[in-house]
Write a protein that binds this ligand. Structure first.
Ligand SMILES: Nc1ncnc2c1ncn2[C@@H]1O[C@H](COP(=O)(O)OP(=O)(O)OP(=O)(O)O)[C@@H](O)[C@H]1O
Ligand SMILES: [Mg+2]
Length: 235
């Protein structure tokens, strides 16, 4: 049986008076692509931030490979094998593409062969290695953000809306790369508003609505449920 990587149990998060997550539970197993769908403000980014301990939990437990992360820091969580590609990508524009990639490997000494692998995955980055990252196009910056996360050698990659702001052709390319990364052995928790595309690549999906999980199941079950289709998949 596949190993349980991430377990989120009854997690609640508040920002002052705003309750962003209300008793949310979900799991990601080894080998899976799991989609987390939901409208603007549903709490998707907050969930990923709470997994990486970038926001405090009001309630609940998050564990990775059976280990409770309550006392871990973000950098420690990266070392344990989770990496976040954040909303807005988090590229440092005045640093070179290479320096941005190196940051992903901050805790590693043996990453040169992985850099080669990332440059094979995203050939455009090898042509741009010494350029300021801020001069890259949106799609290239997204590839850089994903490449940087891969260089931390994650077991589980958390992707926050990788398709946001990109042209349809580039989005298709990004989704293909997500599948390739998964078939290379990295599990993925994928946040998307582009629900149609996400459901196509995901094995399972959860639907978040104003801080609550309102549906979950195999991706094809979610996409064939007429009510969910109307509410979340644009008919
Ligand atoms: N730092 C913050 N301070 C106060 N409220 C916040 C903060 N961050 C998020 N919120 C609120 O928490 C709720 C969930 O936000 P979150 O960013 O997790 O949503 P999301 O599902 O990622 O939305 P989007 O699709 O727009 O990125 C929203 O109502 C948002 O306004
Ligand atoms: Mg968000």
């Amino acid at each position: 049986m596949a190993e349980l990587l991430l377990k989120v149990e009854q997690v609640s998060v508040s920002y002052g008076a705003v309750q962003a997550l209300d008793s949310v539970s979900l799991e990601v197993k080894e080998g899976e692509i799991v989609a987390l769908l939901g409208a603007n403000g549903a709490g998707k980014s907050t969930l990923l931030k709470s997994v990486m301990r970038m926001v405090p939990l009001k309630q609940g437990v998050i564990s990775f490979r059976g280990e409770n992360l309550s006392h871990s820091r973000t950098s420690g969580i990266v070392k344990k094998g989770m990496a976040l590609v954040p909303e807005g990508r988090g590229i440092l524009g005045t640093m070179s593409v290479k320096e941005n990639l190196e940051m992903g490997a901050f805790h590693r000494t043996d990453w040169e062969s992985d850099l080669k692998h990332v440059l094979e995955l995203f050939p455009i980055l090898s042509e741009r290695l010494h350029q300021h990252a801020g001069t890259l196009s949106g799609g290239e910056q997204q590839m850089l953000a994903i490449g940087r996360a891969i260089l931390s050698a994650p077991r589980l990659l958390l992707l926050d809306e990788p398709s946001l702001g990109l042209a349809p052709k580039i989005i298709q390319n990004i989704f293909k790369l997500i599948q390739k990364i998964n078939s290379d052995g990295i599990s993925i928790l994928l946040i998307e508003q582009n629900a149609h595309m996400a459901i196509k690549v995901a094995h399972r999906a959860y639907v978040l609505e104003t801080g609550h999980i309102v549906a979950s199941g195999l991706a094809h079950e979610i996409s064939s449920d007429e009510e969910l289709k109307k509410a979340y998949l644009g008919g």
